[in-house]
Design a protein around this ligand. Sequence first.
Ligand code: NAP
Length: 299
Amino acid sequence: MGLVTRVPLFSSPSSTFSPHKYSSTTKLFSSSSSSSLSFQRRTSVVVKAMASTVIVTGAGGRTGQIVYKKLKERDEFVARGLVRTEESKEKIGGADDVFVADIRDAESIVPAIQGVDALVILTSAVPKMKPGFDPTKGGRPEFFFEDGANPEQVDWIGQKNQIDAAKAAGVKQIVLVGSMGGTNLNHPLNSIGNGNILVWKRKAEQYLADSGIPYTIIRAGGLQDKDGGVRELVVGKDDELLETDIRTIARADVAEVCIQALLLEEAKFKALDLASKPEGTGEPTKDFKTLFSQISTRF
Ligand SMILES: NC(=O)c1ccc[n+]([C@@H]2O[C@H](COP(=O)([O-])OP(=O)(O)OC[C@H]3O[C@@H](n4cnc5c(N)ncnc54)[C@H](OP(=O)(O)O)[C@@H]3O)[C@@H](O)[C@H]2O)c1
């Protein structure tokens, strides 16, 4: 573990995980310390000492990488990552706070989860394209899941293993990124590689909602590799957004919503669909408290 446990300065009298309390401490100190460099350094140590340890799984994935980076950038958190392979660990910088484990193997994830305050689940089965597809000839590519890595094994057993490990380790909050479309058994994503991916994801979401651990389930629309922070985010429930034109979202925005869910009470015990208006329409979202407050659905 990092600085957090080694620096006992100003340790919180309460064991309850509440990072927004810590961020107000940051403000308190920074407003009264502008001229003193050494005081600022001490302030930074104090803030880190009170920070919460958060692990993001799937930290080598496209959204997971962004969450890991954001956690490292913010004083409220001590970041950890979990990746499946040494290659993924190197890809995100190879730091000691990155654990290599396979979520299908319950034992393997236990060390990574020990001492963690919050867990962000960003693992997912990833379909592969069958070889031989030639885009110049038209038609559609076919996809498959590798043996042992289908949605039942990754999105159900793998997520369940993480939730069980978190519960056993006393983790106080879980943020899980899922997908819109889960209310429709006939959704086209379910037929990819005959994997029923949305069915297995939803089963894991239900398991989390029933776990008793404070949670936020973020069901994202179609993910895009675009800049975050420049669009108005829209939340919904029960896949209602899929009936509108608002059905996509930047991975960077999903990552920021994960971070905000860790910080704001209004996000707890909620499941929300998430998408964004096109850039240039609406106001870029800054007030996440209001965003989460618009939703009351628990599942
Ligand atoms: N694509 C979309 O349009 C879309 C839309 C809505 C929601 N979503 C969901 O949003 C989430 C994030 O998507 P993304 O595209 O950013 O993710 P991604 O890049 O596909 O990342 C998934 C991660 O899961 C890891 N993983 C898979 N099996 C694992 C295992 N057995 N043990 C440990 N790690 C394992 C992968 O590691 P390796 O790289 O080592 O395999 C990968 O880093 C996913 O749940 C996805 O289903 C996607």
